[in-house]
Design a protein around this ligand. Structure first.
Ligand code: HEC
Length: 162
């Protein structure tokens, strides 16, 4: 091989290596950007079905969104329910749904008609169904802080500063 050819080969090799390296790097950073949906539920199919029956009958979705489903006509600034099971325990949800005045547990900044209603009148087993389903709504760790922030901002109307 002549000296000139060697140099040309060397240059091509370097360019190819750089391109391959860049592709690899892009694959890695795409991975970072696209982590997928952060919400999941640990509930069984039975629990999901029974709890969602109560959820529908009580029209929770006229105020809340869950799995991105909500009534677009109503525009209540109620917290998004996705991932809330990473913020509260099942006992907490049960107490909250059973309270005659849920605002003693979570203060409200809204007018009476938009506030979380009391579900103390619901049969106990339905409150349990809702509580265990809500507790099953988890968020992956990398999105936990975002979920906290969204909850805080809905509840207080203020900007979240950790
Ligand atoms: C009239 C609108 C309305 C309806 C109907 C409603 N909620 Fe709420 N809910 C709210 C609001 C608003 C809040 C935030 C606290 C407040 O302002 O009273 C809230 C808070 C909550 C919270 C606590 C959220 C947090 O950030 O910790 C849970 C859980 C919840 N609701 C579940 C439900 C379920 C389950 C149903 C149906 C059985 C339901 N809600 C029905 C308006 C509503």
């Amino acid at each position: 091989m002549k000296r000139g050819e060697k140099i040309v080969f060397a240059v091509i090799a370097v360019v190819v290596l750089i391109l391959m390296g860049r592709n690899l790097w892009n694959v890695e950073s795409d991975h970072e950007a696209d982590k997928g949906i952060p919400y999941y539920s640990t509930a069984s199919a039975d629990l999901t079905r029974d709890a969602m029956d109560v959820y529908r009958k009580q029209s929770c979705k006229s105020c809340h969104s869950l799995w991105t489903v909500r009534n677009m006509l109503d525009n209540v600034p109620a917290p998004i329910l996705d991932g809330l099971g990473s913020l509260h325990s099942e006992e907490w949800f049960f107490q909250y749904f059973s309270s005659a005045n849920p605002q003693t547990i979570l203060p409200s900044r809204l007018k009476q008609e938009f506030r979380m209603p009391s579900y103390a009148q619901l049969p106990e087993n339905e409150r349990h169904l809702l509580a265990s389903y809500m507790a099953s709504l988890k968020v992956k760790d990398w999105y936990l802080e975002e979920t906290r922030k969204a909850e805080y901002e809905k509840l207080t109307g203020k900007e979240y500063r950790p």
